[in-house]
Design a protein around this ligand. Sequence first.
Ligand SMILES: [Zn+2]
Length: 159
Amino acid sequence: MREKSNIKEIIKIKDKMSELEREYDKLEKKLEDAQKAEEALWVKTGFCTICGNNGVENDGYTEWHHIISQHKCKKEGLLHLVSARSNVVEVCKRCHDLTTASMLKSNLEGRTTKVSEENADKEPTENQLKYIKKLGGDIPDGLTRKGASQLIDELKKAK
Ligand SMILES: [Zn+2]
């Protein structure tokens, strides 16, 4: 009598796995091509999507602003949206700063304020000043953007 064997089943599974592997490799190559094509769409016009200016100083300098922030994309495991052309808009520096400032509003939910080193000594943003007043604080003379950020944190703690 023939001994029992699962060899036919094993071969069948292995064949199917090889087939899926080939399919996977094909998709991987397709994905790579699609990503390259996406990258090629990142072409600046030199004009701000929001205000329409040709850069702040009319020099055509613009930046990419992520609609769904890069941080959020990474946090949610949506890395492909970091490089998606549909997730960015071309904006001038001034408008970009305003969108960043608008993130101050999220501090209402308890996040800390971050001011980049290059902006630390600039004057506070309008949103910062508004927020300080809202929190019942006084605005000292010569307040910097970084100082305002610290003041906001203090005022929030004091609440
Ligand atoms: Zn603008």
